[in-house]
Design a protein around this ligand. Structure first.
Ligand code: ATP
Length: 355
């Protein structure tokens, strides 16, 4: 695969504060990348360094083989969409879209044709004469997207473009952005703190924390194999249970002994097990396995396609509640109800262990 954007050992200091710490990342041509992380982790700072809106303090950034680290934004080749739609309020939609095209030296006729094509593409064919304030938030964001893309940039940067919109509009626009991005094959980086959005949209997710990259991978890799407790906690739901290593083959959770699914731990070591609610399951009443523990069901919450059970490990009241998701069709046979005791099976292959 062809590397389009190469970020090498990029650092960013704001006075004494390190906002980016030695970031290296290669982004392929045509990829949709999400920078994901909690507030303050540095994702916007990294995006701004790529755009030239802030300059990196160290390291290099190359785009299509050209060193752009210290180029001003206007000399770079990108389009950007911000969270706040950032359209010119005193210009019509047509004028907002045509400004950049005219600056690029396009003729009036050419500009008209490109603008009307883009208005069709974003399903606002008659919005040209309207002012931004006459459009909904979702419509304004579509115009902002069309404005960025109409200039045919090599790179599309999206800074939380969906977070000001309500849930329904957001999910619709999510699909629209992804469809357009695929059709144009444009390399895209989107900043988000919304893990669901990143899982749904990205080809690869870059999980950031405290100015560092924690993990880079496809949504499946990040979800199924979170490389650190931070990633495990940030992406998806995860139960964390303290456990101690008893021997090469066994660990203790509360008062139960279970087989140890990995080899690299030492006797006496304290670890944390990471267990996704959907990877756990109850055994039918009266059954037990080598890898099951007795739990009491404290609460049940109907979630549509599954039931979420809050359980408490027996004999160990200080342990956190374990959340278990049971597909609805399985709930009947299990006779799930509050106060009941069941064996909870913890499968080796779904157990993540963190030091
Ligand atoms: P958010 O989702 O809240 O925007 P983020 O991950 O995008 O978070 P950044 O905006 O990249 O975070 O900021 C990273 C850190 O750098 C934060 O602690 C922020 O306070 C700090 N920071 C950002 N810009 C500046 C600045 N111009 N001067 C000083 N500190 C800054």
């Amino acid at each position: 695969m062809e590397t389009y954007l190469k970020i090498s050992q990029v650092g960013k200091q704001f006075g004494q504060f390190t906002a980016l710490n030695n970031i290296s990342l290669d982004i392929n041509k045509g990829e949709f990348i999400c920078f994901l992380g909690p507030s303050g982790c540095g994702k916007t700072t990294l995006l701004r360094a790529i755009a030239g809106l802030d300059l990196a303090s160290s390291g290099t950034i190359e785009q299509a083989g050209r060193d752009i680290t210290y180029l001003p934004p206007e000399k770079r080749d990108f389009g950007i969409v911000f969270q706040s739609y950032a359209l010119f309020p005193n210009l019509t939609v047509y004028e907002n879209l045509s400004l950049g095209l005219r600056n690029q030296g396009k003729s009036v006729a050419e500009t008209d044709s490109i603008v009307s094509q883009w208005l069709d593409t974003i399903a606002l064919p008659t919005a040209g004469n309207k002012y931004p304030s006459q459009l909904s938030g979702g419509q304004q964001q579509r115009v902002a997207l069309a404005r960025a893309l109409s200039l045919s940039p090599g790179l599309l940067l999206l800074d939380e473009p969906l977070s000001a919109l309500d849930a329904k509009v957001r999910s619709h626009l999510r699909e629209e952005i992804r469809r357009l991005q695929r059709k144009l094959g444009i390399t895209t980086i989107m900043v988000t703190h919304d893990q669901e959005e990143a899982l749904a949209m990205a080809d690869r997710i870059v999980v950031m924390n405290h100015g560092c990259i924690e993990q880079v991978g496809t949504p499946q890799e990040i979800y199924q194999n979170p490389s650190s407790r931070f990633v495990a906690e940030f992406v998806g739901q995860m139960n964390f249970l303290p456990a101690s290593i008893v021997s090469e083959h066994q660990m203790r959770i509360g008062e139960s002994l279970l087989p140890l699914p990995a080899a690299q731990f030492q006797r006496g070591e304290q670890v944390e097990l990471g267990l996704r609610p959907e990877d756990l399951h109850f055994l039918p009443a009266g059954e037990k396995s080598d890898s099951s523990v007795l739990v009491r069901i404290d609460d049940l919450e109907f979630q549509g396609t599954f039931m979420r059970a809050d359980c408490q490990l027996q004999g160990a009241h200080q342990l956190p509640t374990i959340k278990v998701d049971v597909p609805i069709r399985e709930t009947r046979n299990l006779g799930l109800s509050r106060g009941h005791y069941l064996q909870l099976h913890i499968a080796d292959k779904h157990t993540h262990i963190y030091r």
